[in-house]
Design a protein around this ligand. Structure first.
Ligand SMILES: Cc1ncc(COP(=O)(O)O)c(C=O)c1O
Length: 366
């Protein structure tokens, strides 16, 4: 994958930085504290740790002194896993989206945004001051129409698997719409990576020969059980974000210990056993609730926030913790319980939950 047409603008931006001697590239980690005069590890705590694995603290932003071997190993593993040239690790999915969107988009740009996009995507778009055109959830025709407006650059920002609704856009069609308008496609796979798509590599990997998205975001804090996130794509994207994503430049790097743990989890995904288990439990849960489809998140929309809280309380009395999701996380009058199956559940756990749901079903009746 070379620089996609919609991201070609990154190349002259990088050339301009290079010409001014302002281009930063990842530095080789320094050997120890005695030779470093730029770390924020003021008390020398990081260097006092047993580094058999990796230190807990990065000690500085990665650009300054906080770039560790563990980051490089994680990014290499992530890029290979999602089959992209590079992946840049961030401290959280929120930081990844806010930093990347604010860096990539500008006030002369148009960005078409799904109505149910996550707050971190919304905040990143707002911060960029691009013209944001919100389209109804998963509405392809509205997306195509919105892309017709003139702008310096055009973007489509969406999620591949919506964490509150358990549904997905048609990524291949979105790709086609973007190509027709020279737009870049930015896809947040927070709830998909690790579980959905070929070998759990996400839904972009399943669509349009792995090239559905120009930019793929994944979190390490959900299916991968660690913390942090990554933004994957072409080399130019990595270099640009390294220099321009402010949540990367001006923030202490991801904990190297966490990066190392996430790399280990990635290495265990190959067998697919846990993925198989979580999808099997979700299917059991979904079928038990007489819903359709297959995913590992099962939303049950109950309507008012009060009803959702009542349902939460009644399930809690029966020993099940299922938090009520209320506005502004979801639109008004679509408060819900959000069930997430896990490979750690047994079939008996699901049966017990289903029978508790049966007992409290009056909460869900409209
Ligand atoms: C789609 C999406 N993107 C990003 C995030 C934020 O990820 P993190 O919790 O790593 O900040 C979330 C969290 O729920 C999410 O659902």
């Amino acid at each position: 994958m070379s620089t996609p047409p919609a991201l070609q603008f990154l190349l002259p931006a990088l050339d301009a930085l290079r010409a001014e001697s302002l281009l930063r590239t990842p530095a080789t980690p320094l050997p120890g504290p005695e030779r470093s005069f730029c770390s924020n590890d003021y008390l020398g705590v990081v260097h006092g740790q047993d580094h058999a694995d990796a230190p807990f603290g990065a000690a500085a932003s990665r650009m300054v002194r906080g770039n560790w071997d563990a980051h490089a190993a994680l990014e290499h593993a992530l890029a290979q896993w999602v089959r992209r040239e590079r992946a840049l690790a961030f401290t959280s999915g929120y930081a990844a989206n806010v930093g990347s969107l604010a860096a990539l988009l500008g006030p002369e740009d148009l960005v078409v945004s799904d109505a149910l996009n996550h707050a971190s995507l919304i905040d990143g778009m707002r911060l960029s001051r691009a013209k944001v055109q919100v389209v109804p959830h998963l509405d392809l025709a509205a997306t195509r129409h919105a892309l017709g407006s003139p702008a310096r650059r055009k973007w489509v920002v969406t999620e591949s698997y919506f964490g509150m609704d358990a549904d997905s856009p048609d990524l291949a069609e979105l790709r086609r719409a973007c190509d027709a308008h020279g737009a870049a496609l930015y896809v947040d796979e927070a709830h998909a990576v690790g579980v959905l798509g070929p070998e759990g590599r996400g839904l972009c990997a399943a669509a349009a020969g792995n090239d559905a998205a120009d930019i793929v975001v994944g979190t390490l804090g959900k299916a991968l059980g660690a913390q942090g996130a990554f933004v994957a794509g072409c080399n130019a994207l990595y270099d640009f974000l390294w220099n321009r994503a402010r949540s990367h430049v001006f923030s202490t790097g991801l904990s190297p210990r966490v990066a190392s743990a996430a790399t280990r989890v990635l290495g265990t995904l190959g067998s697919g056993e846990r993925r198989h288990d979580v999808l099997a439990r979700a299917q059991q849960l979904r079928e038990g609730m007489m819903a359709m489809g297959l995913g590992h998140i099962v939303p049950l929309v109950v309507g008012s926030a009060a009803k959702a809280l009542e349902a939460q309380a009644r399930l809690s009395e029966r020993g099940f913790h299922v938090p009520a999701i209320r506005p502004p996380t979801v639109p008004p009058n679509t408060a819900r319980l959000r069930f997430t199956a896990s490979a750690a559940h047994t079939s008996a756990d699901i049966e017990a939950l289903l029978s508790a749901l049966h007992e409290v079903r009056t909460c869900f009746a409209s």
